[in-house]
Design a protein. Structure first.
Length: 456
């Protein structure tokens, strides 16, 4: 069962770090997990805070950007299309972070990994932070998260090439929720204490505390938020709207909220051949009835944009000749209105309790995890809209995000905004997720224009 403490108070400790160091850079890294240590070796090195008095004309390099995106997708490549399998803290994820640290160092950025695994590439001085996440779903696409990370890297490099403005990049850890919901940015934003996250388990029973021992030797401290002036995230839409309408850019107005909890029906395990139907306490039958009733009852509560999903089920003992005694499943729901999320929670709990009672079995609810709906920063949105109007006139629109993003958390501590590019066929969280490369490059250019305006 996944653990979670979302609505419980939690305060991560943040440590102010020294702002300069005379240490030389750590040795260059090979793209192997075993080299991750070397990538981040040495004391907590933060760049010196120098002032920049120059005018800039940042020119992101589309070829370098696309090449890095393709290189990154080789790390954890699924071997099916452009699909990627790079779950948080897997060997592939750590290799990707090592690769990223190399690219950061090549760009004269200072790599820094914090105790949650969030991986930063720091520019000198207070900077605009640009990025996303490089972990993936169990069967992930090549762009979900990676696009925003490599876009951040490219903008930070282009800014360096142009002599400014200072732009840092980041790959947050476990955005895809192997352990929690947006775990790395949840911790960095201060909403979730590291000690609480350490008690989160993945569906295989591995806990966050054990998973992050993979970076224990190289992790520095949590960075203070005020090192950064704001956060920009570029992402694929992961839905069909832009693709269907032929638009190229979405400027995100707000991001939906989410609730996620584990539910368990406990019935009676028994023989599938000898147990009469009327005597069974079949946990799968209870789950099935719950799902049917829930779909019907939620109709009175939801909007057309509201979604709910049972995405993971574990039956016990999961054998064809045994009446299942236990059904454990994930129950997730999303909407832009926190009150509606609460009303849905009541329907879910009441329906599950009623089904359990009728079937003479018990039901247990795990900890409620979630993220609040959040609006994007108006000034940063304006900058993205001006840039979109320049680079993609008539081809952009404002839109909400139905997917969660690290920006949901970062918006609670820094001004934050997001840019979408189309997803072909609206497909994501699947190996065949894809976007036309010309659309990726257009998005990068819009992002660069806005970033330069915001960071200068
Ligand atoms: O599930 C989400 O919305 C995100 O992609 N992790
Ligand atoms: Mn993502
Ligand atoms: Mn995702």
């Amino acid at each position: 069962m996944r653990g979670g403490t979302f609505l419980l108070p939690g305060v991560a400790a943040f440590f102010l770090l020294s702002s300069s160091s005379s240490e030389g850079p750590p040795p260059s890294c090979m793209q192997k997990y075993s080299d991750l240590n070397a990538c981040f070796a040495g004391p907590n090195v933060l760049p010196s805070r120098t002032s920049l008095f120059m005018t800039f004309a940042m020119k992101p390099n589309p070829a370098r950007f696309l090449q890095d995106l393709h290189e990154l997708r080789q790390i954890g490549a699924a071997g099916i299309g452009k699909g990627v399998q790079r779950r948080a803290f897997s060997a592939a994820d750590l290799t990707a972070r090592s690769w990223l640290a190399d690219r950061m160092r090549d760009a004269d950025l200072t790599p820094h990994i914090d105790p949650a695994g969030n991986t930063f590439g720091l520019a000198d001085g207070r900077s605009l932070l640009v990025g996303s996440h490089s972990d993936t779903q169990p069967e992930g696409g090549w762009l979900d998260g990676a696009l925003g990370v490599v876009a951040g890297l490219e903008l930070a490099r282009a800014a360096k090439d142009a002599g400014g403005p200072p732009i840092s990049c980041v790959s947050f850890q476990d955005e895809e929720g192997r352990f929690g919901v947006l775990t790395g940015s949840d911790i960095w934003s201060g909403k979730l204490a590291l000690a609480d996250a350490d008690r989160f388990y993945d569906t295989d029973g591995v806990c966050f505390a054990d998973a992050r021992t993979g970076i224990a030797d190289i992790a520095g401290e949590f960075l203070p938020h005020d090192m950064f002036s704001g956060f920009l995230e570029m992402h694929i839409e992961q839905g069909p709207y832009l693709d269907e309408t032929g638009l190229k850019i979405g400027v995100v107005s707000d991001i939906v909220g989410i609730r996620d909890m584990t539910v368990v029906f406990e019935g009676r395990q028994n023989h599938a051949g000898t147990t009469p139907m009327h005597l069974r306490q079949d946990a799968f039958q209870a789950l099935s009835k719950f799902n049917t009733l829930l779909n019907d009852r939620l109709r009175n509560v939801v909007m057309p944009t509201t979604v709910w999903t049972i995405g993971h089920i574990a039956l016990h003992p999961n054998a064809s000749s045994v009446v299942p005694g236990r059904a454990e499943f994930s129950m997730q729901w999303r909407d832009g209105d926190a009150d509606r999320l609460a009303r849905m929670e009541k329907v879910i709990r009441d329906t599950a309790s009623e089904v359990a009672k009728d079937a003479n079995m018990s039901v247990n609810f795990g900890a409620l995890m979630g993220i609040e709906p959040v609006a994007m920063d108006q000034r940063m949105r304006d900058a993205l809209e001006v840039a979109a109007d320049q680079q993609a006139p008539e081809l952009w629109r404002r839109m909400p995000s139905g997917a969660l993003h690290d920006a949901s958390n970062i918006a609670t501590v820094l001004p934050a905004a997001m840019l979408f590019v189309p997803s072909i066929g609206g497909i994501s969280h699947a190996f065949d997720e894809d976007t036309d490369e010309a659309d990726l490059v257009l998005g990068l250019q819009v992002l660069a224009t806005a970033a330069e305006a915001l960071a200068s």
